[in-house]
Design a binder for this molecule. Structure first.
Ligand code: GLP
Length: 249
C-alpha cells in the first residue's frame, strides 16, 4: 500500500489525477468513479488536463460506485447526475454506467449492475472516498468484506453527513444501491482520497486497524494495489506513515 500525504486538497487532487492520467495514457479502458466532496479536486484536475494537456478518455468507460434509491432521473443529487455535472459532461468518456436506483425491481437492478461491472472489468483504476464511519461506496459498517452490489439502508450518521447536499436530512434517501466490498475489490488498482481532520479516525482505522466489516474501508489492506492520498489533517492519527508503506504492508 502506498500512502502519500499532501499539504492541501488541491495537491491531493493533482496526485490522484496523476494516477488516472498515467493509467489512461497507458491504455486503461475502465475507470471507477466516486461521488462526495473528496473526489472533486481530482475531477477538476482531470478536466484541466483534458482541456490543456490532451488527456483523452475516448476509449474509457466509467462505472459509478453507488446510487440513491428513488430520486427522480436528473435529480441534481442523484449520483449519475452529480458525475455528469462534475466530470463526465466536461470530458470525452466513451460511456458512464451506474446502478439504476429508479428501477421497479431494485434487487434485479443491483444484480445486473454487478454483472455489468464484472463483464466489463476488471476496473483498471477505482477512485474511492471514505465516510466518517469508514464506509466506502455505500457499504456501511457491518457490510461483508466479500459483498456484491446490492440494495442497502444508510445509517443515520451517513444521512446526516450527506444532508448538506439536500434541503434537509429528511430528503436524503434511506435506501441506496452500492457496489459491494467484493465488487470494489475486484478492481486492479484502488485509489482512496481523504481530506480533513474529520476523516482522520476512519483513515487510521482503515489503514492500521483490524480488517473487519466494522470498518468497511479496512478491506483495502487485503488488496495488492492500493494508493492512499491524504491531506495532512486526514493523516493526523496515522502512527506509521512513511513514504511507500504507511500501513506496514
Ligand atoms: C458518500 C459516498 C461515498 C463517499 C462518502 C464521503 O456517502 N457514497 O462514496 O466516499 O460520501 O463523502 P465526502 O467525500 O463528501 O466526505
Amino acid at each position: 500500500m502506498d500512502v502519500v500525504v499532501e499539504r492541501d486538497e488541491a495537491a491531493c487532487g493533482a496526485t490522484v489525477a496523476d494516477v488516472f492520467d498515467r493509467a489512461v495514457r497507458s491504455g486503461a479502458r475502465t475507470i471507477g468513479l466516486a461521488t462526495g466532496s473528496s473526489p472533486l479536486s481530482v475531477y477538476r484536475e482531470l478536466i484541466r488536463r483534458h482541456r490543456e494537456e490532451g488527456l483523452s478518455f475516448a476509449a474509457v468507460r466509467a462505472f459509478l460506485l453507488d446510487e440513491y434509491v428513488g430520486l427522480p432521473a436528473g435529480h441534481p443529487q442523484s449520483y449519475a447526475q452529480v458525475i455528469r455535472t462534475e466530470f463526465a459532461s466536461h470530458v470525452d468518456l466513451a460511456g458512464v454506467s451506474g446502478p439504476d436506483g429508479g428501477s421497479s425491481d431494485l434487487s434485479c437492478a443491483a444484480d445486473s449492475y454487478d454483472a455489468l461491472v464484472v463483464s466489463s472489468g476488471p476496473v483498471d483504476v477505482q477512485l474511492l472516498g471514505i465516510g466518517a464511519n469508514g464506509h466506502i461506496g455505500f457499504n456501511e459498517p457491518g457490510s461483508a468484506l466479500d459483498s456484491r452490489t446490492r440494495v442497502t439502508t444508510l445509517t443515520s450518521q451517513t444521512r446526516q453527513d450527506n444532508a448538506r447536499f439536500f434541503a434537509s436530512v429528511d430528503e436524503v434517501p434511506r435506501r441506496v444501491i452500492t457496489q459491494g466490498l467484493g465488487t470494489i475489490s475486484s478492481a486492479r488498482h484502488l485509489v482512496l482520497i481523504a481530506t480533513g481532520e474529520h476523516k482522520a479516525k476512519a483513515v487510521a482505522a482503515a489503514l492500521e486497524g483490524p480488517v473487519t466489516a466494522e470498518c468497511p474501508a479496512s478491506v483495502l489492506q487485503r488488496h495488492l494495489m492500493v494508493t492512499v492520498v491524504l491531506e495532512e489533517g486526514a493523516a493526523k492519527l496515522l502512527g506509521r506513515v512513511r513514504s511507500g508503506d504507511a500501513a506496514g504492508h
